[in-house]
Write a protein that binds this ligand. Structure first.
Ligand code: BDR
Ligand code: CA
Length: 313
């Protein structure tokens, strides 16, 4: 059997972060989850950590360490997206208190330790602000050689927090700049493609029909998330932004890509946190990003069906 690919899921769960974890931990996944690190993003990092632990319990992921990371962005004050994810950061489903605590090691230290002492390279999968990864790169540049790829959800050619900036990048644009300029291969799932991963009524009905505890949990997550996306943005359904990352790692053929140069803007009332995606190559800069531009709906939802069904086995 092919060796599983080692990943660290760096997240702020978050409805779509939770769905990304569920996909990555399913039996159809080729991923070996070395750990889950949390970061301040959708809500305060303590809440995100609690949510990560609850999600792990829900899906029986008891052996994967959860390490709490940065409490605030590198330079900016902390801001949250409570409107989208609710007071707890994971409003909707009722989950019991977690059976375990986060490990007694900072998420950034965990990441550094794992990356320094690994035989195979590790892929980092950030689905929140990039603070932890930037901190790790600044503190221990020696980790860079052992990062296989950074597969992230963030940015796009338009914004959802300002007209130009997407939330994850906007929360900590300085951190994003460090990561995008690091020279490590970056695969980017921005709003251009994640808005196409809409969990429509039909998709939710498909998941409902599976009827195991994990698929039911995903349906509850999507019910809440779709409602806030309708209220806040007028969308017909919620986009499962973050789960595009794990979907790609399991089946890269779901997506189409363009090799482009992306710079991070760190100034301006509206432009702070913008990912300047040079689609036409006007900067003449070497591409530094594999930019996801399209997805295959059938393949994506089929993967989800298989993944959720695998929790019945
Ligand atoms: C991103 O922001 C968060 O609210 C979601 O979890 C996702 O990571 C979308 O802009
Ligand atoms: Ca997220």
């Amino acid at each position: 059997m092919e060796q599983k690919r080692k990943v660290i899921l760096d997240c702020d769960p978050g409805h779509d972060d939770a769905i990304s974890i569920i996909l990555g931990a399913s039996k159809v996944s080729n991923l070996d989850i070395v750990g889950i690190t949390t970061v301040a993003g959708n809500v305060e990092v303590e809440k995100n950590t609690l949510n990560a632990l609850k999600v792990c319990d829900m899906i029986g992921l008891h052996d994967v360490p959860v390490a709490q990371g940065a409490t605030k962005p590198l330079l900016k004050t902390r801001e949250i997206a409570g409107e989208i994810h609710g007071e707890t950061g994971l409003d909707g489903p009722e989950l019991p208190e977690p059976s375990r605590a986060a490990i007694d090691q900072h998420g950034v230290d965990f990441m550094i330790e794992k990356l320094l002492h690994t035989k195979e390279k590790i892929t980092l999968v950030p689905t929140g602000p990039l603070t932890n990864i930037a901190m790790a790169m600044i503190r221990e540049p020696g980790i860079m050689a052992n990062i296989e790829e950074i597969v992230l959800m963030g940015g796009g050619t338009f914004g959802n927090w300002t007209p130009a900036a997407e939330f994850n990048i906007w929360v900590d644009a300085e951190a994003a700049k460090v990561v995008f300029e690091s020279g490590v291969p970056v695969t980017m799932f921005g709003l251009d493609v994640t808005h196409k991963a809409l969990a429509t009524k039909e998709v939710v009905e498909r998941f409902s029909a599976i009827g195991n505890p994990v698929s039911n949990f995903v349906v509850e997550l999507l019910d809440f998330f779709s409602k806030t996306y309708k209220d806040v943005f007028g969308f017909e359904a919620g986009p499962i932004h973050d789960a595009c990352t794990t979907a790609y790692l399991i089946d890269p053929d779901i997506f189409d890509f363009k090799q482009v140069h992306v710079d991070i803007e760190t100034k301006g009332e509206y432009t702070y946190g913008t990912t300047c995606v040079d689609l036409l190559g006007v900067t003449r800069k070497e591409p530094n990003v594999k930019f996801a531009s399209e997805l295959d709906q059938d393949k994506l939802w089929l993967l989800f069906d298989r993944a959720l069904k695998s929790y019945s086995e």
